[in-house]
Design a protein around this ligand. Structure first.
Ligand SMILES: *Cc1c(COP(=O)(O)O)cnc(C)c1O
Length: 248
């Protein structure tokens, strides 16, 4: 099967156009500049070929949520792009780790990720920093994942504990504290959740003025997230189609 399988490519062109239009319209409605919102294509369960195709369409921010799948895909995509895809696509990809992170996987993630959006406990700080050092990389962007509903099963640090965790991240020269991340609670109004997150972000910025980023909004709620200041939307199914595996 050719990398640029025409039918799949046409599908991705269509869905990307639709998602970009949603982002643009949400920015207009919020009086924001669309360039201030980064689209991250969350490609979990989808093949490396899709990532290489998206890269030729100008989507260079790629999200993954499991280390095992991500590390294999990073290598596969690099090989696909190196061996030619019928189109030039040399711009470097930025891999974003967005899933719940086990401490024992943190070192591995730090070897290929540009950013980790799911730092939600102090135990992750040391292995992430060590992974950056060992891989001789320049640094790793870190988002503090905030729990908006207090459900520990879904990951995220409680609002009151954000500052202490942010201090621990900021104390590491290998880690760049970028801001906050959250997933809206299920079965609740995402607007209230994203308004809460904006409040947490404001408190974080009072202590760490550079930590301006807000990673929020997925296929179902990116408009609500952009209305509340999201700078990074993480979009999977609206871009790539339904996932065949169930992911948490
Ligand atoms: C899967 C996932 C997404 C994308 O979800 P969609 O609803 O498919 O857009 C975004 N963020 C995280 C943390 C995810 O795990």
């Amino acid at each position: 099967m050719a990398l640029l399988d025409g039918e799949r490519r046409a599908e991705l062109v269509g869905s990307l156009g639709a998602v970009r239009a949603r982002i643009a319209n949400a920015c207009i409605a919020a009086g924001r500049d669309a360039r201030a919102v980064t689209l991250i294509a969350v490609t979990k369960t989808h093949p490396a070929r899709d990532v290489a195709t998206l890269a030729t369409l100008g989507v260079l921010d790629i999200g993954e949520s499991r280390d095992q799948e991500a590390s294999a895909k990073v290598a596969e995509v690099a090989e696909l792009r190196r061996t030619g895809v019928g189109e030039r696509s040399e711009a470097e990809l930025r891999w974003h780790f967005v899933g719940q992170l086990q401490s024992r996987k943190a070192r591995s993630v730090a070897t290929y990720a540009h950013a980790v959006h799911s730092v939600d406990r102090p135990e992750l700080v040391e292995p992430l920093a060590a992974g950056v050092t060992r891989a001789e990389r320049e640094g790793l962007d870190v988002f503090i994942q905030v729990s908006l509903d207090g459900d520990p099963a879904r990951g995220g640090v409680l609002g009151d504990d954000v500052l202490a965790l942010a201090d621990a991240v900021a104390a590491r020269s290998q880690l760049r504290l970028r801001g906050v991340m959250a997933v809206a609670p299920m079965d609740a109004d995402p607007r209230a959740a994203f308004a809460d997150l904006a409040g947490v972000s404001a408190r974080l910025r009072a202590a760490h003025p550079q930590a301006v980023a807000i990673s929020a909004g997925m296929s179902a709620d990116l408009e609500e997230a952009i209305a509340h200041g999201s700078t990074h939307v993480r979009v999977g199914s609206a871009l790539l189609g339904r996932r065949t595996q169930v992911f948490g």
